[in-house]
Design a protein around this ligand. Structure first.
Ligand code: 3HC
Length: 311
């Protein structure tokens, strides 16, 4: 009965077990997972654009091949995540249509421009650093296909974070101009990186359910604090200043205290009014349209193979 199904589901969640695609699940659990996993997948593929912008201008062959590998990894992450979301019953075509029409979101962070080479360092260090803090707990998310996809993604994100740190370290040890370029990039990416963790706990409508269902393991503010605590000592090693005059070690709480985020900026970017929203969506749609012939050819080939198998 429906009651038995609900109590089996509740028992699995209470025992910290995994829900698998063929298991019964509440409609709202399914809907919130599709929402979060699709948004995550979209972020991975939109996230290829800001750094893709620098592939032809990387300062050495080594940096270029590393950046190329990194951008390709993001495409792979998108694919694992779309595949995980498809197990919940929404097709990839439908998710991409929703991305293109604005019906599903992608992360706010990818609506900011990459103005100099140092931005690739700041993205790796801060954006991928924040992604790891947010995503490591998702390896224990209650939905099996999502949790399993996150394991490999997190391993690759660690490599991305280190390559970003390495770019900034080289610049920070360079000429005055290079140091200034690194500092400027960090000044621009710091606050948007903190916004990646989502709205403050008191204004996070999805958190209560997602925590109860074992999708989220820590709140938005807890993870944001963890990221700040982890990053400040790394900034000291780089000799780069984080652009927050209120940032200080707080003996009493055992954490770094930091200044208030500009949530009106966050809301603006979510509404589509960030510096690069229109450009990101336009390029994504153009890439999709340009790839139509590949999808058509693959479908025709698959149909031919299937027909041959039937003979
Ligand atoms: N950008 C865009 N939208 C955001 C956001 C952000 N930074 N933070 C929150 N939101 C949206 C939520 O999606 C939600 O809107 P919706 O109900 O229409 O979906 C609304 O703001 C309210 O936020 P909540 O806190 O209630 O939402 P969640 O419980 O879903 O928490 C989250 C937000 C912490 C981002 C969570 O969804 C999550 O952990 N997602 C998985 C991680 C992810 O998507 N990361 C993407 C960026 S990192 C990345 O792509 C890797 C890089 O290397 C490319």
């Amino acid at each position: 009965t429906a009651g038995d199904q609900q109590s089996d589901f509740d028992a699995t969640i209470a025992a910290d077990g995994r829900i698998e695609p063929r298991d019964w699940m509440p409609d709202r659990y399914r809907a919130t997972l599709i929402r979060q996993i699709a948004q995550h997948a979209h972020s991975e593929i939109i996230g290829m654009q800001p750094e893709g912008n620098w592939l032809t201008r990387a300062p050495s062959l080594e940096r270029k091949s590393i950046l190329l590998a990194k951008v390709q990894d993001e495409a792979g992450h998108g694919l694992y995540l779309y595949a995980a979301a498809e197990t919940l019953g929404m097709s990839r075509d439908e998710m991409l249509d929703l991305l293109h029409s604005g019906g599903q979101k992608y992360s706010s962070i990818f609506n900011y421009p990459t103005l100099t080479w140092a931005d690739n360092g700041a993205i790796g260090w801060l954006v991928d650093g924040a992604a790891i803090v947010n995503q490591v707990p998702l390896c224990r998310a209650s939905y099996g296909p999502y949790a399993r996809a996150m394991i490999r993604i997190c391993k690759e994100e660690s490599f991305h974070q280190r390559q970003g740190f390495s770019i900034l370290l080289a610049l920070a040890r360079g000429t005055d101009e290079q140091k200034a370029m690194a500092q400027d990039a960090v000044n621009r990416w710091w606050w948007p990186s903190l916004m990646m963790f989502g709205p403050p706990d008191g204004e996070s409508p999805n958190s209560a359910d997602s925590m109860a269902w074992g999708i989220k393991r820590f709140s938005n503010d807890e993870l944001r604090q963890r990221f700040v605590d982890m990053t400040v000592p790394q900034a000291e090693i780089l000799g780069i200043t984080l652009p927050d005059p209120e940032l200080r070690w707080d003996e009493e709480s055992g954490h770094y205290a930091f200044g208030a985020l500009d949530w009106s900026e966050f809301k603006r970017v979510l509404r589509g009014d960030g510096p690069n929203n229109a450009e990101r969506v336009r390029r994504r749609k153009a890439a999709h349209d340009d790839g139509a012939w590949v999808r058509e050819a693959a479908t025709a080939y698959a149909a031919k193979q299937a027909a041959r198998m039937e003979q």
